[in-house]
Design a protein around this ligand. Structure first.
Ligand SMILES: C[S@@+](CC[C@H](N)C(=O)[O-])C[C@H]1O[C@@H](n2cnc3c(N)ncnc32)[C@H](O)[C@@H]1O
Length: 390
């Protein structure tokens, strides 16, 4: 295998030569995921600060070992990192990379993630799941493994299933109906979180979501896991369904596994599209995000500006309602061209409603303003009855 060296964060890593990023490469390495790794370093660093003791991390899908190496080198208070991978070439290159960086607190093991997780229950404070495609077949062992108070970091790259391009794979992997709407990435994350919550619940565990995001081709969720049957039951109350009207864009949220779901939109009579079960609870912890932003000063990250931007966007939308509106979609329905989004947002704020952008979509607005009022407001701005014309 021909290789070359790259530098990322504070580590130097040997990676295979490649023409294009592919799961078929002898060892997988994707330079585009540097932002993902920078975010992971930032979140785990803040988690470590919050719990205020040294931590042990399991990077279950190590590849070149870049994640495990960075966690060891860049996060103060990391006592031990275990890196696993089933691919012997990955294990070899990861072991070499630990030597290259002088990291004697990192061990690399050739093993299946499920076996490692099931046979080391309660050993790790942080479990990082970064597989090819779906994490679904690793969720049960992750749930069994993670110790109470531990942090789970879970990636999914099967966004076409989670976001509703294909329905059958989402049924198979997550037991959920996705929905191809303008907010399908948010629904996708909520389907993923509901699936994690159900797997945790089997082990009488539940998760407080600290941070989640959908970026490029992947989604990632970070949550602190706790234990207790009563709190687990209460946590499952956050699972429900969204009924979306494809005609007028009205939505309804129903909590529970078997809620009574109206078949048609009460506003226009169109048949609803139903998505779920999905997580209708919070998908960000605003205070945690603020602390993470503040502690970024102590980290050396190449993508720090992008990390800060994403954290800032999620901070702004953290306490908003479930789902958002796309100004272009509304204007298309109204058969008008779109006014400036900032003019619309200013007026929503003037009227005292929650309003933020969303990191999920450039033209998205997260607000609790009733849809009818929002549509009228957009028309009024367009007709210069309010604000400025673009
Ligand atoms: C997406 S890559 C990981 C990339 C790496 N985390 C990074 O940031 O560069 C997935 C890795 O998981 C490994 N893998 C696939 N199935 C596995 C399994 N069942 N258990 C452990 N590792 C597995 C693959 O060999 C591959 O190296």
């Amino acid at each position: 295998m021909d290789t070359h060296y790259i530098e990322e964060g504070l580590v130097k890593i040997e990676v295979p030569d490649f023409e294009k990023v592919s799961a078929k490469a002898p060892v997988f390495y994707n330079p585009v995921m540097e932002l993902n790794r920078d975010i992971s370093v930032s979140i785990i660093n803040q988690y470590r600060r919050d719990i205020d003791h040294d931590i042990k991390i399991f990077d279950a899908f190590g590849g070149t070992g870049i994640r495990g190496a960075r966690y060891s080198k860049e996060i103060p208070g990391v006592e031990e990192v275990t890196v696993g991978d089933v691919n012997p070439c990955a294990v070899k290159i990861a072991q070499d990379n630990m030597k290259l960086n002088g990291l004697d607190n990192v061990t690399v093991e050739k093993n299946d993630a499920n076996i490692m997780l099931q046979s080391n229950k309660g050993l790790f404070d942080v479990v990082d799941i970064d597989p090819f495609g779906t994490p679904s077949m690793f969720l049960q062992s992750t749930a069994a493994n993670i110790r109470p108070g531990g942090l789970i970091c879970i990636s999914a790259t099967d966004t076409s299933a989670l976001c509703g391009t294909y329905h059958d794979p989402c049924f198979r992997k997550y037991g959920a109906q996705p929905q191809k709407t303008e907010y399908c990435h948010e629904n996708g994350i909520r389907i993923l979180i509901a699936s994690i919550a159900r797997n945790l619940a089997v082990n009488q565990k539940y998760m407080e979501v600290l941070f989640s995001h959908s970026t490029e081709h992947y989604m990632r969720v970070y949550g602190i896991v706790k234990r207790g049957s009563k709190k687990t039951n209460e946590s499952l109350d956050n699972i429900g369904f969204i009924a979306h009207c494809p005609n007028c864009l009205h939505r309804e949220y129903s909590y529970g596994y078997a809620p009574h779901l109206p078949e048609c939109c009460p506003e226009c009579g169109e048949k609803y599209d139903i998505a779920g079960p999905l997580w209708l609870g919070s998908i960000w912890d605003k205070d945690f995000i603020k602390r993470t932003m503040d502690s970024l000063v102590e980290l050396k990250l190449n993508k720090k500006d992008e990390v800060l931007k994403l954290l800032g966007q999620c901070y702004d939308e953290a306490e908003g309602p479930v789902s958002f509106y796309d100004i272009h979609k509304i204007c298309k329905k109204l058969k008008i061209s779109s006014p400036k989004i900032n003019d619309v947002m200013d007026e929503i704020a003037n009227r005292g409603y929650f309003i933020s952008r969303t990191h999920f979509k450039l033209t998205g607005m997260r607000t609790d303003m009733p849809l009818d009022e929002l549509k009228q407001l957009i028309k009024d701005i367009k007709e210069e009855k309010l604000g400025s014309e673009n």
